[in-house]
Design a protein around this ligand. Sequence first.
Ligand code: CAA
Length: 380
Amino acid sequence: MDFFLTEEQLLVKKTAREFSISELVQGAIERDEKKIWPKEAIQKLGELGFMGMMVSEEYGGGGMDTVSYTIAMEEISKADASASVIMSVNNSLVCYLLEKFASEELKQKYLLSLARGKKLGAFSLSEPQSGSDASNMQTIATLNGDHYIVHGTKNWVTNGINCDYVILFAITKQGIGHKGISAFIIEKGWQGFECGKSEDKLGIRSSDTCELYFDNVRVPLENRIGKEGDGFKIALATLDGGRIGIASQAIGIAQASLDASISYSKERIQFSKPIAMQQTIQFKIADMAMEIEAARLLIHKAAMMKDSGQKYSHLASMAKVYASEVAMRASTNCVQIYGGYGYIKDSGVERLMRDAKITQIYEGTSEIQRVVIARNLLQK
Ligand code: CAA
């Protein structure tokens, strides 16, 4: 394993860092408070090639490796985890899935514009009654000649309101569990397809999350991705990569917490000296740094395993659980180091703590990641 980044990866890091500083840091507190979707920043991320980083150049992407993607996700997340989740859904849940599983026709029709950041995608798997137990869905797609009729409700859909296309999972054959689920790509604006309100969330508030309603939506047969019945495996295989993205988001939040803790503790004077001189603060900072370093290595290992074509589900899950727990601890300790100032919005650090929480929940809760890890170990 190489611990040094390549020239290309270093360039990605520099570009993402400069973009974060010039385009995302300013206004992040206001966007969070008022739930303002970062439209301009997302457009610019597309122009930089960050909305389809791992897609091959042939399909409009950057042809980069997964480590580059984790680096960009970390840098963007340091400034604004709302912007980074919008980016991660498009990259790892939508573009990846289309490139790996869709027909050439669908790639030409949808992937090119999504990978170039001209269009935005969403991924809709969960339903009100099926979150962790994802295959227990009720949305139905009934074949009727040359099209399907889709009926049902999806929830917790990131990008649901602002996207152009949605990856949808629905039952095409009832009574056979996950083997009856198929995947589709649906266009915004098709008759019978509506979005619910933007959810009022604890964190990542300037990204949108909503319910989607499908009332007998007519979906052309050619918009099915993969074979009938392959949908659930396509969803799980895609989520493996998505989890590396969310782990990177978590570590960006953790690193931002560490950076803020270091600078504030050197400035804040109590008992006639900077609080950084107190061992209790030093130990918190040391723990944060140690855990972030370990989480980053785990993320890079999972990314390398993915790129080398080896089995990596368990590593992606390990990276997500660990990085999200590190993010939660680091951001909570950062607020603690700031004391009362950390508890008010102007400090910017309470947002880190609120944003960190979702990394333990979406794209599979920490509990589900442990299920994935244990099953992989026990199956050996
Ligand atoms: N890749 C491909 N196939 C896989 C797989 C993987 N990583 N993991 C399992 N499979 C296969 C299995 O081999 C099995 O196939 P066979 O029946 O042919 O053997 C099939 O998929 C079903 O697997 P399981 O029996 O293990 O399925 P399960 O019902 O027990 O569920 C689970 C497993 C891990 C709990 C899964 O349901 C899961 O990951 N749940 C969490 C869902 C989740 O992450 N939701 C997040 C939604 S996206 C989001 O957060 C919104 C957003 O916008 C960000």
